[in-house]
Every structure is written in C-alpha cells, then in structure tokens.
Ligand binder design. Sequence first.
Ligand SMILES: Cc1ncc(COP(=O)(O)O)c(C=O)c1O
Length: 432
Amino acid sequence: MSDLLARHRAVMPDWLTLYYNEPIEIVGGKGCRVVDASGKSYLDFFAGILTNMIGYDVPEVREAVERQLATGVVHTSTVYLLRGQIELAEKIARLSGIEDAKVFFTNSGTEANEAALLLATYARRSDQVLAMRQSYHGRSFGTAGVTGNRSWRNNSLSPLNVHFLHGTDRHLPQFRGMSDAEYIAACVEDLRHVLATAAGGDVAALIAEPVQGVGGFTMAPDGLFAAYKEVLDAEGILFVSDEVQTGWGRTGSAFFGIRNHGVTPDMMTFAKGLGNGFAVGGVVARGDLMDAPHATGLSTFGGNPVSMAAANATLDYVLDHDLQANAARTGALIIDGLREAAPRLPIVGDVRGKGLMFAVELIDPATGAPSPELAAAFMEESRKAGLLVGKGGLHGNVLRMAPPLTLTTEEAAEGLGIVVAALETVNAQVAP
Ligand SMILES: Cc1ncc(COP(=O)(O)O)c(C=O)c1O
C-alpha cells in the first residue's frame, strides 16, 4: 500500500470509496487529460464526476479567478451587492425558461436540493414529496430522504414523507417488452394510484433527475415527465428537476435535461459543472416560489466572488463555443460505436446515454445478473490503457462516462477505442 493510501485509510471515512486496486492521485491536467503522481497520463471520461465540465486549465476560467483574487476580495457576504452573483443569476434565469425566475446560490448540489425542497414544502404547506426509485439527490437528511438508492442511504430517517415512483425502472419484469408509450401509461396510472391511495392530502412536489447520475444513467423515456406533469398540474403539485448532472447542454439534445421531455419545471437545481471545479450550486425557481418564505435566509459561502468568477466564465465558454452541439456530436459518435460493439460482447447488458453522458451495464453472461466484479475488472483494464471512467448503478455494475464538453472528435474516437478494447479483454476472460 502506498504511504498516501495508508494515511488516507487512517484519517478518512471508510465509506469515502476510492477507485482502483491501487488508487491514483491526480496532480495535473490540461484539456481533457490528467496526469497522476507517477507521471501516467489519462484521457478523462469522468471529469471529476461531471464537474470539470470544460476540462482542465482553461485560460478563460483561470484568468477570471485570478482577476478576482487580484482585487484582494474573496468574500464579502450577501449583505452587500455581489455583481458576479447578479450577472450569473441573470444568465441562468434567462436560460431556464422559467417564468419570472429567481436564483439562490449554494455551495453544492445537496444544498441546492435542500433549498428547492424548502421552497416547495413551504409553498404547498406540505411535507409530502414524490421522488423516483434509484434516485440520488444528496447526503443531508432531506436529500437522503428523497434518494431512492439503498447503497447511498444508511437509514430511513427523513424530515419528509416520501413516495417513490416508477419511471426509471423499465428493466423490472412487469414492464419488460413494453413500448415507450405503454410504459409511460403504466407509470402515469401508478402515479395516479399513489396520489389516490398513499398520499395523505396535498403533495408538495416531485423531484427527479432527467438522467439518473448515481443510478447509472438510467432514464425515463422522453415524454414521461410531460405525462407526469399533467397529473401534477391538476393537483398543483410542483415539479423540481435536479439538473446537477444534466445541466448546461451535457445531454446534447437540450440545454437542461428536462427539456428532452418538453417540460419547463417550477424549479431546477444545479451544481457540479457550473464552476468547472469551483464550488457552486443553486436553485432557479419561479419568482413567486423563491420569494415566498417569510424567514430571512442566506448561505455564507454560497455564490462567493471566486466561485462566481469561475461560473460566469464557464457558462460564457459553454455558450460561446456551443458545447451543447459538441456534446451531441461527440456523444453520438461514442454511443453509436458502443452500440455497434455490444452485440459481440455478451458481458454488455445495455448501452444507454444522451450526448456526453453515456453508460455500459455489465452482466454475467451466464446468468444475466448484474456483475460488479466485471465492472471492477473493466476499471482496472481501462486505467491501464489510460482512460478514467466512473462506476455506478444500483448494483455497482454500470460504467458511467461523462467527459468534458470540450471533447474533440479525435479524443472521442480514442476513448471509444479504449472502452471497446477493455470490454473485449474482460469479455474474453469470462466468455471466451
Ligand atoms: C443528481 C445529483 N443531485 C445532487 C447531488 C449532490 O451534489 P453534491 O455532492 O454537490 O452535494 C449529486 C451528486 O453526485 C447528484 O448527482
């Protein structure tokens, strides 16, 4: 064991998992590549869990942060005017498509979702919330309460009363073989049934990820959330889209993931990629919902001048370079390539994705059961070949990939080649 790993184990929590048999320390980065402490270079298809959204060492972001540092002010607090917050809020409000939108900045996705849940429960005077099975929304009491993934919850303690919905689980036997339209109809019937039976009185909101991140990039068929929203609207139930992973054009086909369903939600939450590594999260909501709480509120570090400088520069970069279109183009190249390879690889149970957010599910070819062991074997192979990817899914058997949105066509082809070669190697070990 390396000295640094031994020191990590001594003082960091056991549940803070590390990837790889020999965990790596990343010490440098440029563009879509990083270098570890041994000097080995990797193409990065996980981008710090979708957070280094436009890659490493981006001059526009670095210079914006350096300009802020040079003022001598890294914090003032929200009791003074914050130009960077106002500018960023104006951009996000405009891009959101939400009516009279207002923005509140936090430091993380967890806090962003807490803020959204506060607004929804306050507006509706209800502690009942709907969430999706296999979801992940954060690690606080409220957000863990709406998380529908056992491997990310230690207990059922929750300040909210939560009912979990179908919609991202068409692999279940009762849904197998259904068309999109049939599955959506079945899910909508179930939602109506939950509201008619399990819910006691008014429900505050539905919170959902358009593509489930930790859940292994599982997603509802396009149109499901529009169908859900019809039912929700009839009862005044609010809709919160958790865009922590899907925002800013990553899905290629829409700037916010929920737009793939033709839906404008009442609120969206965001974090991860917006600051390209600097801590920024937030919620953009209908003005009346945002303004409603009567108690004073603030986040000390939320929307601090340094994060705002980074986030403004990152968002401008995404828009100026039309990275949504790049995500569509390079993502399609990779997803098509993976789909082409899948039929000759019995360990591949599923290939799915949208834009630069794609996943390969690994199964035991003999039984069809989810195989976290094969996913672990793939991780080692791809690391050796110089590619970083992520892992996820309910059973830890899904390879999750989400490169920076600046990925070039050549890098897409290179990464695809490594993924397919590593799949072939692992496949040959179990299904020769
Ligand atoms: C969809 C989603 N929501 C919320 C969160 C929580 O964000 P954070 O880790 O910044 O608190 C995450 C983190 O992975 C996420 O993927």
